[in-house]
Design a binder for this molecule. Structure first.
Ligand code: 17E
Ligand code: FE2
Length: 421
């Protein structure tokens, strides 16, 4: 396969890019008369990018694939709070006939939406406090089936807590034994602060035992007193686990005072942990109990980023008890994210796609060979109907081509309106 006449994000000029056997084989300056090399044979495909931008694929660092497309069953979340989301999911788990095949079908439908929008790497939470473990089985099977098409990492996520459940620890161990990739947690939802602290120690003990990454829902609440992030970061720092640790949501940081944050940032930086934020989901779920002024309920995306820390944006939900919207499109998540975080200055906008691509790749600890447009690496890329970050965000440019390991997983024709004047 050869893509002619494309921009490559982050580089000057125009290029011709070739791939074969699932790898990038040639990346050269564009030549007007460049031809497909003879030895590529009859099946070689050639695309004229007409100056559009190629980049590594989008990365979804945080979604709950076991819950997708369940909104309204058995009823909608009427208050829009996180806690009604959790209780509605509890009702779903206990009233609906759960089947591995049905969970896989919903998750696959969500993956198709994501594929259309250029996502090739996904990290998903899976509720391990749903004790039939159908969700765990479904996502572990789907992870294997999707290999080479979309790469999935699974997180053992204790939706109802670890220490606050009589058998919470056993459920986590069982999930890790079944092959889950990362250890999750929810310290702000444990019954007490002490339970929250105990859960963090347990999470890292498990991560060390299974040599796994840590990815914890941390302080997903508008309570400025919810300070599990400092414990998570300190534990990661003590154990040398920073680069393998993600603090997800950290909404409470939007309510911390600046003096505390300036102390906290030193630790966060030293610990090397990474961050995730889900702007549409959190602006929807948080601030619900405020009247006015109403908090935004987001972590400090801009400040963390400007301090040199890694923040990736994710969807969290696609039509589930927590969030009724979502179509698998990270450009929408990014558009809301840059507004709510006020990253709408030129400098931030000019490399905003980092937040849904390279930063996500770092959170997922992807291998160097899997990510990046360079000769010899896996041929994973997308071609966008735009020329740079600002244009792509502004026009919400469609992904015209999504190629994984050299194979096309999604294609779309550019849409052009005919305006009468
Ligand atoms: N569960 C949770 O605790 N928080 C969320 N944002 C979602 C599920 C989607
Ligand atoms: Fe989440």
């Amino acid at each position: 396969m050869r893509i002619k006449n494309c921009r490559i994000r982050g580089r000057e000029g125009l290029y011709d890019v070739a791939c074969a056997d699932g790898k990038f084989t040639e990346i050269v300056q564009h030549k007007e008369d460049s031809k497909v090399a003879d030895d590529e044979g009859l099946n070689a495909e050639e695309f004229d990018a007409k100056g559009r931008m190629m980049m590594p694929p989008f990365v979804e660092p945080h979604i709950h694939l076991d819950c997708v497309l369940t909104a309204g069953i058995p009823h909608y979340n009427m208050s829009g709070t996180l806690f009604e989301g959790i209780s509605t999911w509890d009702e779903y788990k206990t009233t609906q006939p759960l089947a591995v095949s049905e969970i896989k079908e919903r998750a696959r439908a969500a993956l198709r939406l994501m594929a259309e929008h250029g996502v090739q790497f996904v990290r998903t939470h899976v509720d391990v406090t749903e004790t039939s473990f159908k969700g765990v089985c479904a996502l572990e099977e789907l992870k294997e089936e999707m290999k080479g098409i979309i790469e999935i990492q699974t997180i053992a996520f204790p939706q109802n807590g670890i220490i606050s459940l009589k058998n919470g620890r056993e459920l986590m161990i069982r999930a890790m034994d079944m092959g889950m990739d990362c250890v999750g947690g929810i310290p702000h939802y444990e019954y007490t602060r002490e339970y929250g602290l105990e859960s963090i120690k347990f999470i890292f003990d498990l991560a060390e035992k299974y040599d796994a990454c840590v990815d914890v829902h941390c302080d997903e609440i508008d309570d400025g007193q919810s300070r599990f992030l400092e414990v998570l970061a300190t534990t990661a720092w003590e154990r040398g686990w920073g680069e393998r640790t993600v603090a997800a949501h950290t909404c409470a940081m939007g309510s911390y005072n600046d003096a505390y944050c300036s102390k906290l940032f030193r630790l966060l930086k030293d610990s090397g942990i990474r961050f995730n934020s889900c702007p549409p989901a959190s602006t929807h779920l948080q601030g619900r109990i405020d009247t006015f002024p109403k908090r935004r309920g987001l972590t400090r995306i801009k400040e963390l980023t400007h301090a040199g820390m890694n923040v990736a944006l994710g969807q969290d939900s696609i039509s589930d008890p927590w969030y009724p919207l979502g179509v698998g499109n990270l450009l929408r998540v990014l558009e809301m994210g840059v507004h709510v975080a006020q990253m709408t200055g030129y400098e931030d906008l000019s490399h905003c796609l980092d937040l849904i691509s390279t930063n996500g790749a770092r959170n997922l600890c992807l291998k160097d060979s899997e990510y990046g447009i360079e000769t010899g690496k896996d041929a994973n890329f997308i071609l966008l109907d735009g020329k740079d970050d600002l244009e792509v965000l502004r026009f919400q440019s469609p992904v015209l081509l999504s190629v994984h390991n050299g194979k096309i997983i999604s294609r779309k024709e550019p849409v052009r309106a005919e305006v009468s004047f």
